[in-house]
Design a protein around this ligand. Structure first.
Ligand code: FES
Ligand code: MG
Length: 565
């Protein structure tokens, strides 16, 4: 019998009295001894009025509780931080580690034999996986699911690739204020996560690939009955795992599972942000994410999924085409099918159960992919000694090998002040450079890497330019954008020495990003770099600045990484 309410008692020497007190207090909520004498399933409630991506969480909690009770266990709902992309200042990434710490400690502190983690918006599933990887009980994940799509003038719309597309048209003067306001009403037509292959969809799908949620749990829409039924089933599974004991996240996240995640990430057109989150999750397990393997996988596994921003469609169509299991079936030869899952099947058994959707065109085949290249490429060079990332599937073919003049922005404020100035000395062949936008520099490594096309070029019809930075980019964005340069400029990285007019070489086929100045000049500038900025004087800002790691290590806190393994 699991410990249930007896878990994590703080006794000060008298266990009986501690349990007596604990029971006395919880009975104030109306629980009977029969209810309390059962395995306990904690359910993390991430509902917040600030988080529409989690707007269906109350309904999912009800269904998950029902499932837990059907299994004979007791559900206990507890709150944790909820982070929404648009309502987290200075950036949601700044708060991801706080959510991971808080969730881990709440799992540790309170009596529960297993836990259901409900998350969806970009940083929440990563934070919860990091937390669960560092916890010692079985955890079952329940993504909130993608939002429904809207429509405008005969077109289907969804957050947020279309948000950028329409805003770009508005900036270029192609549509007027009335129309952009109309679009604003229609872009996000229901609760749930962004419906393109942005970070939320990528991480939800990877949660499924990693075996941490039920099959089809990554893609079922937030507004459909299947999502709620999955919630009930998740609760039932968590109840069973609470009674029997079950695999922990640490036990499931084997090298086989991580390799499978890389294969799926390359095949689905996944977000660059997933690389940072996977690195952080790996750090919790005491391993370094093998980005060389990720790059190598991308040379063999082409882009198969026709979803924005790399393709055309939305998550609902991906789900209807069979979702993650159908995608895994296509890339089966690249997977380790023996990888275990929280629900007991191996990944191979999940694939065996796939019923093909005849006529679907969303998930292509290895023989006839959407694009012949994988999604992500890992770049190195004198500008990025510890690596950088480019989403080549969403980049312009004509810019994949490019030598251009640097137009440097000192930080995000400088960018905002000068980008649209008519005086800005910029041409379409130039390379926009943004620095001081990494984990320490900004702080929080904001999604500033997708620099808008300067207004005067946008008006001329320029849609893409090479852009490079130590920032991140939204998974919903499109363009030739080099990101996550490590180390960042605010931590001694060479991005700090780039000057206006220097030439930079981007060579994606050769996986190279290079500042084209003489080596002795390079060394002279590096030696003359000023000392890094000191940490802020207090609070979380000080903790963050003092302990955040670089992008290649997941931008987690150094003290949260597993030191023992
Ligand atoms: Fe929450 Fe996009 S803003 S998933
Ligand atoms: Mg996003």
């Amino acid at each position: 019998m699991p410990d249930g309410l007896r878990r994590k008692l703080t006794t000060y020497g008298d266990q009986g009295f501690s349990l007596f007190l604990r029971k006395a207090f919880i009975k104030a909520m109306g629980y009977s001894d029969d209810a309390l004498d059962r395995p306990i399933v904690g359910i993390a409630n991430t509902y917040s009025d600030y988080n529409p991506c989690h707007g269906n969480v109350p309904q999912l909690i009800e269904a998950a509780k029902r499932g837990v009770m059907l299994s004979g266990a007791l559900p206990m709902v507890f709150p944790t931080i909820s982070i929404h992309e648009s309502f987290a200042s200075p950036t949601s990434m700044y708060l991801r580690n706080l959510m991971a710490m808080e969730t881990e400690e709440m799992i540790r502190a309170q009596p529960m034999d297993s836990v259901v983690l409900i998350g969806g918006c970009d940083k929440t599933l990563p934070a919860q996986i990091m937390a669960a990887a560092s916890s010692d009980i079985p955890a079952v994940f329940l993504p909130t699911g993608p939002m429904a799509t809207g429509h405008h003038k005969g077109e289907r719309l969804g957050a947020c690739t279309d948000c950028r597309r329409f805003w770009g048209r508005y900036r270029a003067g192609e549509i007027d204020e009335a129309e952009i306001n109309e679009v604003n009403n229609r872009l996000v037509s229901s609760v749930g996560t962004c419906t393109v292959m942005g970070t939320a969809s990528t991480m939800a799908n990877l949660t499924e690939v990693l075996g941490l949620c039920l099959p089809r749990g990554g893609s079922a829409p937030a507004t459909e009955a299947e999502r709620t039924r999955l919630a009930e089933e998740t609760g039932r599974l968590a109840g069973r795992l609470a009674a029997e004991g079950g695999p922990t996240v640490r036990e499931l996240l084997t090298p086989a599972a991580l390799k499978n995640a890389m294969v799926a990430l390359q095949a689905m057109g996944g977000s660059t942000n997933a690389v940072v989150h996977l690195a952080a999750i790996c750090g919790r397990l005491g391993i370094k994410l093998d980005t060389d393997l990720l790059d190598e996988v991308g040379k063999r596994v082409p882009l198969l999924v026709d979803l924005q921003p790399s393709g055309q469609h939305y998550m609902q169509q991906f789900h209807q085409a069979g979702g993650v299991p159908a995608l895994l079936k296509e890339v089966r030869s690249e997977l380790d099918t023996s990888a275990a899952t929280i629900h007991g099947q191996t990944i191979g058994e999940v694939i065996d159960a796939v019923v093909d959707e005849p006529g679907q065109t969303i998930i292509r085949t290895m023989a006839a992919p959407l694009k012949p290249i994988g999604t992500l490429a890992v770049l190195k060079g004198n500008l990025a000694p510890r690596g950088a990332i480019i989403k080549q599937s969403a980049a312009s073919k004509t810019l994949m090998q490019h030598r251009g003049r640097a137009v440097v922005f000192e930080n995000t404020e400088d960018l905002a002040n000068r980008l649209d100035s008519d005086d800005l000395d910029v041409s379409p062949a130039d390379i926009l450079v943004l620095r001081n936008a990494g984990p320490k520099g900004a702080p929080g490594m904001p999604e500033a890497g997708y620099m808008p096309i300067p207004r005067k070029l946008a008006r001329q019809g320029v849609k893409d330019m090479v852009r490079i930075s130590d920032a991140r980019m939204s998974g919903t964005a499109f363009g030739t954008v080099v990101l996550h340069i490590a180390p960042e400029s605010a931590d001694g990285g060479p991005l700090a020495i780039v000057r206006n007019g220097d030439f930079i070489v981007l060579d994606v086929p050769a996986r190279r990003i290079h500042l084209d100045i003489p080596a002795d000049e390079f060394d002279r500038r590096m030696a003359a770099l000023p000392a890094p900025q000191p940490a802020p004087p207090r609070g979380y800002a000080q903790l963050y600045h003092s302990h955040v790691t670089q992008a290649d290590q997941g931008a987690d806190f150094d003290f949260m990484q597993d030191q023992d393994s």
